[in-house]
Write a protein that binds this ligand. Sequence first.
Ligand code: AMP
Ligand code: MG
Length: 489
Amino acid sequence: MFHIPFDNSYARLPEDFFKKVSPSVPSMPTLIRVNTELASFIGLDVNWLESSEGLAMLSGQKLPQGADPIAMAYAGHQFGGWSPKLGDGRALLIGEVIAKDGVRRDIQLKGSGHTPFSRSGDGKSALGPVLREYIVSEAMAALGVPTTRALAAVTTGENVVRNAMEPGGVFTRVAQSHVRIGTFQYFYARQDNDAVKVLADYVIERHYPEALSADNPYAALLNLIAARQAELIAKWMSLGFIHGVMNTDNMQIAGETIDYGPCAFMDDFHPQKVFSSIDQYGRYAWGKQSEMGQWNLMRLADTLLPLIDDDLDRAKNIAQEAIQNFNQLFVKSIFTKFSRKLGLLCDHESQNDLIASTFELMTENEVDFTLFFRHLTKVYDGGDTDFLCQLFKDPAACENWLIIWHEYLARDDGNDKERLKIMRAHNPILIPRNHRIAEAIKAGEQGDFKAFHRLIDALAKPYDEQPEYADLEQAPEAVEIVHQTFCGT
Ligand code: AMP
Ligand code: MG
């Protein structure tokens, strides 16, 4: 029998950090997919994982020796409103392992049944959100975005009640940890500063050991978290990704994208684009994500003030600096990313004008975001401008834009040979398009996982030319457009 070398550090924290819970036992689980590469990376035996014992773990039927399932406590601001008690309502951290990179990873089951944090929910997951998280989180990893990962997806053989009866599933998530801004807020709201300190020390040791050598480790911690968030959000935006539910309970402290509920990659570009059915006021629109990331960091900073300095004013000043650093890092990073996407290898301030006017033109002309940069890369490689200009409602506007773009290229003192390489590395050919995800889910709910597997296989190499997947590049036809996405409950 294969033995998993679990080492469960979170379960060793004080007992009010979590509740011990056993997963509920599904009647007839079946395996849909195991991420074999990730499995071996975190030290699991792939053959074992695909065996009946592996399925027993992945479905929550029977956990292996050394697992210590817990539901983590956390709170959070949801769309700006305070929720003092959220916690893992439909997820269980079953244990931690050290992966091949020497970094600790959580293994978590999502949809494994009721916990003390479930409130009125059933603790289960429908199959749709399981397939969706698998597709999008693995696509994000391949696109080079820090993210939680998909280890496996299974069906439970049972139905769950949502809008209608839907097949149930369990998703196995792997993450650097599941500590969120909301975890800090949970203890802060209870005025339990000792617990905030225990959590901060835990996070420093696990994710930010470099903070230990700083004069003020907690100020350093805030700065380091802010820096990772700035880079993460810039990456999202450079790919047209809209997280959709950037509540503080969905902002992971280690800087990975977490919670693939109502997220979406936009087709046509619009800075105010929103997909989430519950985001009525566009709080988490594409172009607002850095501002919201900053708001979330301020909520984290609130919890750390007492640790940063005994003098509250001094602590606030230090926190303010970290927030400013976030802004500066974000602005620099997004500027660089869009410059590179446009093939500009140097960073002249005037490029801001080009970026801004490109956004304006793309908005006016309802240009597909991913195809625009994909075809621009082809144009630079000597391709026809027709494909690019056909993306515009007014192709002549594109021709004019190309003249200006060429002027910028001529002024750019970057290396010409490098340019194509850099454009290719910044402009993916494939993203998980909403209509393709919807299609894969629909078939999956009927027991047909071909589209699901094909999408995952294609998205493993999003920057490579893969003619066999050319159909997946295409923008949706009018009838295929997905206008709304939903929380993954
Ligand atoms: P989310 O919208 O996924 O960020 O979840 C917000 C909160 O709702 C978390 O505390 C979840 O654990 C909880 N939750 C979501 N879905 C369910 C469910 N089906 N059963 C119980 N709790 C849930
Ligand atoms: Mg969540």
